[in-house]
Design a protein around this ligand. Sequence first.
Ligand code: ADP
Ligand code: MG
Length: 616
Amino acid sequence: MSIAESTAESTADAKPVAARRAAIVQLDDKLINQIAAGEVIERPASLLKELLENSVDAGATRIRVHAERGGLKRIAVQDDGAGIPEAETRLALSRHATSKLRRFDDLFNVDTLGFRGEALPSIAAVSRLSLTSRTADSASAFQVTCDGGAVGAPRPVAHPPGTTVEAIDLFYNTPARRKFLRTEKTELKHLDDVVRRVALSRFDLDIHFVHDGREVFHALAARTAAERERRIAGICGAPFAGQSVYFEDETDIMTLRGWMGLPTFSRSQRDLQYFFVNERAVRDHLIAHAVRRAYHDVLYHGRHPAFALFFHIQPNLVDVNVHPAKSEVRFRDSRAVHDYIYRTLHRAIAALTPGESAVELPTPAAVAAARAPGAGQGGYGSGAAQRNIRMLVAEQMDNYRALHPSADADAGATQPGANGEEAPPMGYALAQLKGIYILAENADGLIMVDMHAAHERITYETLKRQATEQSAGSQPLVVPLSILVSAAEAEAAEQFHDVFNDLGFEIDRLGGEQLAVRAVPELLVKADIEMLVRDVLSDLLEHGSSERITNAEHEILSSIACHGSIRANRKLTHAEMNALLRQMEQVERSAQCNHGRPTWMSVSLPEIDKWFMRGR
Ligand code: ADP
Ligand code: MG
């Protein structure tokens, strides 16, 4: 029922109810804090997130988390950070008290995770809280406790430099809130997610998480490339670490780096998607859109990419004060951020061609960044990518264990490059297997290519290139199509008139809220033009750009490519096979077919040796 309906009804037949009213009173502080806590502390995991953020802000290098019964019974976070002097311990627990903000302008230059001065009082309002802290120059630690609103006086206790905050019996005094919680197991899962996200955000932190006396997670500080790979595997799982590539890119005001899951490692859920803006984990629909668009062309429908991406931007270009739990941000120039993320990822995905480094983006800035001291750390770039692709291969090779390549005796003799020169990345064809796969040999070992999938990708990329090189053909409609739109959409259509024209559309504004489509791109004559134009307009209004037309064309090209590609069971000559291998080395995104399946696999000689238990 909408609000309008409900008020209409209540005024119609419930007059006396409206007459009954309670007097306005000023709420007491305790209730105010409990209400405010609802925004920040939704469940044990949100409490933990706030405590971890405080530890990070205090410059901690080691953090210990202890939780009991999904965090409902107890959450304690101990750090070795700067601590709080005795005189400020009580203040830390009062609302709107913070050391991170002084004046309004600071809000637009936040370099800490917290700044609202709300977390500790909110936690104190819904649990039994104790705060124990010692600064480096103090001989003793001091502890304050807060039970049901009243904060006691600080008393000296033993504690190493740093801070421990402990919250016991969460929501004991707000039973209504407690009813919304799930099982302990679910809450533990959320706690674990929070710890992992913080571990991802700062590779220099040592974080240890114990639940009900058992270690759940321990991330060691990672400084070298190998340590970082291990940490990523520990946080996101070994399959992700093995099937992702690391990349970095930078501009004057923004940098983007991180691990992108290979398109073949897609997920049915968005459960492996991490995005950090200036070390803050955020969910942002603008960023999600940019990432989705970048992967658009290489993923199965309904599948989701996996990634851990770290975006940095000057703090004054992002507003972090838009959400009570600070999990959303607003960019001053959201369009520029969207475009930058989209373009960078798109380029990185396009670079995933066989034999080539998948991570070094072909821009001078990226190359320089990768080589900068501390950034690349000795071949962090291409080496990692090569290894990752090989690991993917190794894993999928299980399916091929029983493979006995039928030695094509004459193939070796006719091998190009037999006179000693190094084989190209995709190697030279040895034979065709079951009319489906090409077997080839390169410097490392054996390569297998799904010839239909590979050819399909090559044809598709070629068609796409042709489509962009030749200006789009346009076909006039015999009867112009009239579409009713909103005034804002009609204005967008006018404003982006040239963009539509370049794509082969001819669209005029007829009146305030009416458009006439007079011509459409040749490829899209059979498409649902009205829906396409509407979707494009809403994209333009929201993001200032739209890929829909190109995507619709790509879908058609993709189906042409699929039907026009070599079918299984066609006998190919060695020359044809080698030509296909050479094309694969050239074409962008050739490691996946248009549907996100891999197009090729390789197995190295040492791996083959292992099958036969042959030591080298
Ligand atoms: P905020 O983080 O927004 O400032 P909080 O209520 O989370 O607000 O914390 C209040 C203040 O208490 C912080 O500004 C900080 O000075 C201090 N504080 C909280 N936790 C810690 C900690 N683990 N180590 C040192 N200081 C802390
Ligand atoms: Mg805080």
